[in-house]
Design a protein around this ligand. Structure first.
Ligand SMILES: Cc1cc2nc3c(=O)[nH]c(=O)nc-3n(C[C@H](O)[C@H](O)[C@H](O)COP(=O)(O)OP(=O)(O)OC[C@H]3O[C@@H](n4cnc5c(N)ncnc54)[C@H](O)[C@@H]3O)c2cc1C
Length: 463
């Protein structure tokens, strides 16, 4: 009798734990299952039209390899950006700790000829200060206002116009400035994320009936997840020996143990992918001119392989259905409101107190703004805009953002979880242990790794 009572009670506790457990959401929806060292996701990604498995397959087999090549081409590796901190909301409080916070310049011979401006536009030598050490961390800050043939300078209503003063723009070689751990942390970062979430992008309440607001929140949260994953994937493990490597615990604590953040990462990836495939005809015809004909042809060929990929279309024909948005009567007003919110988020990037973080923050927010522009471009009568025009920098940001997100998905699916905090069973066990003690009259022999094994056996006993 006592035994049945114990088993019944344990089952009740398991259900209780599943309900109140942080992983409840996943268990209920069967979208998140952790084995000993990895987590698997399955089912349809909320608000999208594809499932986790298809996205992982298509990303691993097609998109990720193509994107990794694409971002190394001269056309896609140089990004035009204003790096000076010019925060419209509060003064920069420079919380950057590591030298890797800073962006360095690359030697001028590396810079594509066709990007270069005549000498009057080159910055004074004083501004070309390279950071100490790190020979590979050199970024060319030569200025250039010359657009490629066929690429126009068109305002993007979704983003804060950053190009008003061309004299302050810099070209940065993204390959020499990888997005990674910089040591930028503390109140400065918290203030920016808080401002983004609380002021401009309020967390949508459960039952939120406005899908457009939900989209904005998910895009930002997905981007935040991706940034955290990249910090953890390339982390300065030991400052004295300058040893870099993955910090799985950070990735787990900041992203993986929050299934909603993982889901938002997938959502953002699919949203951007949808924008790229929707702009397929435009991207196919654009002229990729960096002055290196062979490399530019390679860039164009890779773009074509990506946007016309039949396997990608078969696996995930419509990554995100934008036609469902802005349908109600207040659609145009709502679009205006959300557009303004996103512009504010974009302006907030000038407040990021770490140069390299600012670079990647600006690039990725511009990439999101470009995706929003592609998906929600309308003319004055609210019809889809048949004359979509993109700036060269917008295309560079869009593709580099997709690559960042694609890389994050690879990390999410391959990361080894920290042994001490990995398993659903361990989490459930936290609630079950007192019950075991109550039923059996003695505490369960709890000690480090053996606990996990014993817990598994105990759960099996219940089945
Ligand atoms: C635009 C920008 C770019 C940055 N780039 C870099 C970089 O390249 N390298 C670097 O080392 N640091 C970068 N940082 C700093 C980094 O993002 C963190 O802020 C910093 O590492 C401190 O982390 P934290 O643990 O305090 O949590 P944070 O990541 O700062 O998160 C703050 C709070 O936001 C919530 N939150 C966290 N993730 C999510 C999510 N995915 N969805 C919803 N809510 C969430 C949580 O409540 C969390 O406590 C950047 C910051 C900004 C604002």
């Amino acid at each position: 009798m006592r035994r049945y009572g114990g088993v019944f009670g344990s089952v009740v506790v398991v259900l209780f734990a599943m309900y109140f457990n942080p992983l409840r959401y996943n268990l209920v929806n069967k979208t998140y299952l952790c084995s000993e060292d990895t987590c698997k996701y399955s089912g349809i990604i909320e608000d999208c039209c594809c499932d986790y498995e298809s996205v992982n397959n298509v990303n691993g087999a097609i998109l990720h390899p193509l994107l990794q090549q694409l971002v190394t081409t001269p056309f896609f590796r140089y990004f035009k950006v204003k790096l000076w901190c010019d925060c419209p909301f509060w003064p920069d409080d420079g919380m950057c700790r590591l030298r890797d916070c800073s962006v360095c310049e690359c030697p001028e011979h590396e810079f594509p000829e066709s990007f270069k401006k005549p000498s009057p536009y080159i910055l004074p030598k004083d501004d070309l200060v390279c950071q100490e050490g790190k020979p590979q961390a050199t970024v060319d800050r030569t200025l250039d206002a010359k657009s490629f043939n066929g690429w126009v300078e068109i305002d993007n209503r979704w983003t804060h116009d950053d190009e008003t003063d061309d004299g302050e723009m810099t070209y940065v070689n993204l390959q020499l400035n990888p997005e990674r751990h910089t040591g930028y942390t503390g109140p400065s970062t918290r203030r920016i994320w808080d401002a983004i979430y609380s002021e401009y992008c309020p967390r949508y309440a459960y039952g939120e009936t406005c899908p457009e607001k939900k989209v904005l929140y998910k895009l930002i949260s997905g981007l935040h997840s991706s940034i955290s994953i990249h910090i953890g994937a390339d982390y300065l493990l030991d400052e004295s020996s300058y040893k870099w490597g993955p910090n799985h615990e950070l990735m787990y604590n900041r992203v993986l143990k929050h299934p909603d953040r993982v889901e938002n990462l997938y959502f953002t990836f699919l949203f951007v992918l949808r924008a790229v495939t929707k702009a397929a005809a435009y991207l196919d015809q654009a002229e990729y001119d960096s002055g290196n004909r062979e490399e530019d042809l390679r860039a164009q060929s890779l773009i074509r392989k990506m946007v016309h990929n039949s396997e990608l279309q078969a696996a995930c024909a419509l990554p995100f259905d934008e036609a469902e948005l802005w349908q109600g009567q207040g659609g145009p007003i709502l679009r205006q409101q959300i557009q303004n919110q996103f512009r504010n988020i974009s302006a907030l990037m000038d407040c990021v107190g770490c140069e390299k973080c600012r670079l990647w923050g600006k690039l990725q927010v511009l990439g999101l703004g470009t995706a929003l522009k592609i998906l929600f471009s309308v003319d004055d009568q609210s019809n889809p805009d048949p004359h979509l025009q993109l700036q060269r920098n917008e295309v560079i940001a869009l593709i580099n953002l997709l690559n960042r997100l694609s890389e994050s998905l690879i990390h999410v699916t391959t990361i080894k979880l920290p042994a001490t905090d990995i398993s659903l069973i361990n989490q459930v066990w936290g609630v079950m242990a007192p019950w075991y003690t109550f039923v059996h009259g003695s505490p369960f022999p709890a000690s480090n790794s053996s606990v996990f094994v014993d817990n598994v056996d105990f759960i099996k006993e219940l089945q």
